[in-house]
Design a binder for this molecule. Structure first.
Ligand code: SF4
Length: 339
């Protein structure tokens, strides 16, 4: 049996592991500092950790080097897409996205995705496997190296984060740990297609991360066609869970609505969306559909603007997302490991 990777452990888990090895749990802070702050790569030589503890850790755990970034593709707008490959050849893409004077990292939670949303290139890959916490934090580290500094992190890359929630939670814990990367949970957003039990868990839990929910469409029949997961978690029930979440957390949610040219971008569709999300503290991100290579029609672009105006007129904060990284397939629904 290969030894477990120490970077899959949160600090409380590492403290428990140290206690089980007969070592002081408090050394976990020094281990985290050496691994995440100073990037030390050898368990037997971690600075600030007593030699006996280092030897005990090296006997129980591993810390194999990750393969270097396999491919980096840069877009004209400054977006950079990085392809990493993990054990067993599992690909994962992460993206550095430029904004107004800021850089965000978009991370993958799974290699591929089982959800099969019809508009999504990742969905067409199917699920190769879920990523381990260390494989998620390795993407953060790769984006950080590329960007120099990051303002926010979004879990909107390959995969449905709530279907790999235990590992995503651990990655969030390591990223936000003050002895780890010390990256505020308030600057992280987790995006879901609507896995209701986890939305409920977030409503009741301690995590401070923000929630984004991909409504995709406001028409129930259209959404059911585009998002297979809708059969298990129907649109209205998802929105009810979000309403409860916002109330319980006194928080705002981000709704993602994908504008499919001529299919769900009419005035009637805007009215339907407004009715659906009425009373919810939210911001709506309108995402023009990315059909890689095909430019949006002029009429579609005009309808997108009109759609946005209608939402704003109704008092809903609405952002029409300019497609970022479209020329390198790094935009929403386009991550497909170089395919
Ligand atoms: S849109 Fe998200 S949930 Fe749907 S297939 Fe793509 S990655 Fe999976």
């Amino acid at each position: 049996m290969p030894k477990p990777d120490i970077r899959d452990l949160t600090r409380p888990e590492l403290e428990a592991a140290l206690a089980a090895l007969g070592e002081k749990p408090s050394h976990a802070a020094a281990v985290f500092g050496a691994v995440y702050r100073r990037g030390q790569a050898s368990l037997g030589a971690l600075e600030g950790v007593p030699p006996r503890t280092r030897a005990a850790l090296a006997g129980a755990f591993s810390m194999p080097a990750f393969s270097p970034v396999e491919k980096t593709v840069s877009s004209r707008d400054g977006t950079k897409k990085l392809l990493l490959r993990f054990a067993g050849g599992a690909p994962a893409e992460c993206v550095v996205l430029p904004g107004k004077g800021r850089l965000s990292a978009c991370l993958s939670s799974q290699s591929g995705c089982a959800c099969g949303c019809s508009f999504c290139a990742t969905g067409r890959l199917g699920l190769l496997r879920s990523l381990r916490p260390s494989e998620i934090t390795a993407q953060f580290a790769a984006c950080l190296r590329e960007a120099g500094a990051l303002s926010s992190v979004v879990f909107m890359g390959m995969g449905e984060p709530f279907l790999n929630w235990e590992n995503v939670k651990k990655a969030i814990s390591i990223l936000s740990d003050d002895r780890g990367y010390h990256f505020s949970q308030g600057k992280m957003t987790v995006s879901t297609v609507g896995i209701i039990p986890v939305i409920k868990e977030l409503a009741a839990g301690e995590l401070k991360v923000k929630l984004a929910v991909s409504l995709v469409a406001s028409d129930e029949a259209l959404r059911a066609r585009l998002v297979p997961m809708d059969a298990k978690y129907p649109l209205r029930e998802v929105v009810r869970a979000v309403r409860d979440y916002c109330r319980a957390r006194q928080a705002q949610v981000f709704f993602e609505y994908i504008l499919f040219d001529g299919r769900n971008d009419s005035a009637a569709d805007a009215a339907k969306l407004l009715e659906l999300i009425k009373g919810i503290s939210c911001r709506v991100n309108l995402i023009p559909q990315n059909t890689a290579g095909a430019a949006a029609s002029q009429a579609g672009a005009a309808r997108a603007k009109d759609f946005q105006k209608r939402l704003i007129a109704a008092g809903v904060r609405t952002y029409l997302r300019l497609e970022k990284g479209g020329d390198i397939s790094a935009a929403c629904g386009q991550l497909a490991a170089g395919n």
